[in-house]
Design a protein around this ligand. Structure first.
Ligand SMILES: NC(=O)C1=CN([C@@H]2O[C@H](COP(=O)(O)OP(=O)(O)OC[C@H]3O[C@@H](n4cnc5c(N)ncnc54)[C@H](O)[C@@H]3O)[C@@H](O)[C@H]2O)C=CC1
Ligand SMILES: O=C(O)C(=O)COP(=O)(O)O
Length: 532
């Protein structure tokens, strides 16, 4: 059945065509995002949800979205999506991180000029036939200092444009490297220094708990008198009531505001204040940017739903459409390795080490780690997947480490999982053969070569004669056919294991019979999802 996507915000029609062309059914209902109740009632019908900023993807919506696999944000900011809730439910959240950045930077520059020269008010007055030539005295921007808070994709474009306009740019961004700052021609400063020196301040950070309210009363108090503030990022970055006070006192000479604490903003204390230029969240609204983000989000979502390719996901490592076919068997391998240990472990897991050997070091290790964790945790938390596994592992306090090693054995590459609990440390290694199927190649340090089947029985036993006969006869007695039988031991007379690949699940009631023998130390029926 073709996957089904709902577009609940206004997107370019090109997106709809791309979904259709790529074999995805699509419902284009651009006003549905604003109708919370209706959206809640239909969301369970969809595998994908394509949005902009109007649709709020809340925990409640996610809980109703029983079939949802991907949320695609045609734009940058994902603060309207409850990402932890989506991750916990295994839903990928992706955005289009570059498609509208130039457009938004241009809007910030437009705001800069509009505020510097009071263009909107001058325009309104002129249209009214007032010719108030003496009322509108502006300021030059040439030679002035622009403070950029958040110098990522959009902030950098704004900085470069401002430098082209002969401004001096100071930037505050904890993640801006000295090299990048010098490449851009900006001066990297601390926030207080920026407040002290900037004639204009423009905001370009995401809205997070750290950035919320970055422009408040205290910040404004540190600024130059006559500062002008531009916000084309997110409403919550500026405390609106404090900005109003700053404007009233004359400390702030003007503001250009595209985004608001509450949107849609139909009333706001900033409205109708002198030299406050407001636009209704238009930063990304150019035909070019809307075409870019619509195409990108439709391509990304279709590729995920039809091919398993992951691009620009916020909560999952990327997997390109090209690497997906080669990576897929190794993802399965990582998952079955995790599943093996997960099924034999009853205690709380404390530490997980994943060793990548040989060719696997060159692969998408983040994706492989997520798959291993999903397999490991699934026996405890049924509906975990590659998206939710890392967050669940973290919530459980599991310490994760990764080791890379050059090819060290006969295999081109393999993955080894070491899982430590309060009671013991378990290890298992596996590889993928040329048939594309995963194989267990080492368990408890004991070498073997075991195909992975849907139903298996794993025993630890004494290395004594008769194990094959014993297991074979018990299986035969209970009508369980053995497809494959693997034995392994660390040394003659030492620790030994047996791994049986069965045509049907091992009957749990027979386990007691098996464990009662004096040569079987432990017996555990295992099951693996071996479907491609
Ligand atoms: N008005 C509109 O229509 C649009 C608004 N936006 C907003 O613009 C924001 C920025 O977009 P991009 O530049 O593409 O994102 P980005 O991720 O490329 O850049 C954000 C920068 O902020 C920095 N940052 C993070 N925390 C910080 C902090 N506490 N203090 C200072 N800097 C901090 C990061 O290091 C990063 O360099 C988006 O998150 C979105 O909310 C984006 C597109 C359109
Ligand atoms: O991309 C972003 O972060 C934006 O804020 C653009 O929002 P919009 O898609 O125009 O509702």
């Amino acid at each position: 059945m073709a996957p089904r996507v709902l577009v609940s915000d206004k997107l370019s029609p090109t997106a709809v065509q791309i979904f259709k062309d790529r074999g995805v059914e699509v419902d284009y209902l651009p006003d549905l995002g604003k109708d919370k109740e209706k959206l809640l009632s239909v969301i369970d019908q969809y595998d994908g949800l394509a949005i902009r900023s109007a649709t709020k993807v809340t925990e409640k919506l996610i809980n109703n979205a029983t079939n949802l696999k991907v949320v695609g944000r045609a734009g940058i900011g994902v603060d309207n999506v409850d990402i932890p809730a989506a991750s916990r439910r295994g839903i990928i959240v992706m955005n289009t991180p570059f498609g509208n950045s130039i457009t938004t930077a241009e809007h910030a520059i437009a705001m800069l000029f509009a505020v510097a020269r009071q263009i909107p008010e001058a325009n309104a007055s002129t249209h009214e036939g007032k010719w108030e030539k003496n009322r509108f005295m502006g300021v030059e921007i040439t030679g002035k200092t622009l403070g950029v808070i958040g110098c990522g994709n959009i902030g950098s474009v704004v900085a470069m444009r401002a430098i082209g306009l002969k401004m001096h740019v100071v930037a505050f961004d904890p993640f801006l490297s000295a090299e990048r700052a010098s490449e851009l021609g900006v001066e990297k400063v601390e926030l207080d220094e920026l407040f002290k020196r900037a004639d204009f301040i423009t905001l370009h950070t995401p809205l997070t708990d750290k950035t919320r309210g970055v422009i408040d009363k205290d910040a404004i108090a540190k600024m130059k008198k006559g500062v002008r503030i531009i916000n084309c990022a997110r409403g919550g970055l500026v405390v609106e009531a404090d900005l109003v006070e700053g404007l009233k006192s004359g400390k702030v000479a003007g503001a250009g505001i595209d985004v608001f604490e509450t949107e849609p903003a139909t009333e706001n204390p900033l409205f109708n204040m002198p030299n406050v230029v407001c636009t209704p969240h238009l930063g990304a609204s150019t035909s070019e940017a809307q075409e870019n983000v619509a195409i990108q989000v439709a391509e990304q979502m279709s590729d995920y739903l039809t091919k398993g390719a992951v691009t620009n996901a916020i909560n999952m490592p990327s997997i390109s459409a090209e690497e997906a076919p080669r990576l897929k068997p190794f993802i399965k391998l990582a998952e079955v390795l995790g599943a093996f240990v997960g099924q034999v472990t009853d205690e709380a897991i404390e530490e997980v080490e994943i060793l990548f050997d040989g060719s696997t070091t060159e692969m998408n290790r983040r994706a492989l780690i997520s798959a291993a964790l999903a397999g490991l945790i699934r026996p405890q938390v049924a509906d975990v997947n590659m998206v939710s596994a890392p967050i669940m592992a973290k919530e459980r306090g599991i310490i994760l480490s990764e080791v890379k090693r050059d090819k060290s054995g006969v295999f081109d590459g393999y993955i080894k999982l070491t899982v430590k609990t309060s009671e013991k440390t378990r290890t298992i290694a596996g590889t993928v053969f040329s048939d594309g199927k995963p194989r267990f190649i080492q368990i408890k340090g004991i070498n073997l070569d075991a195909e992975v089947g849907q139903h298996m029985l794993y025993t630890t036993n004494y290395d004594v004669p008769g194990i094959i006969g014993l297991l074979g006869s018990i299986c035969a007695k209970h009508q369980v056919n053995i497809a494959n039988f693997q034995l392994g031991r660390n040394r003659q007379g030492g620790d030994a294991i047996a791994l049986l690949y069965l045509d049907a699940p091992f009957p749990p009631e027979v386990l007691r019979e098996l464990r009662a023998t004096d040569v079987i130390l432990s017996a555990k029926p295992l099951s693996f999802d071996v479907a491609a």
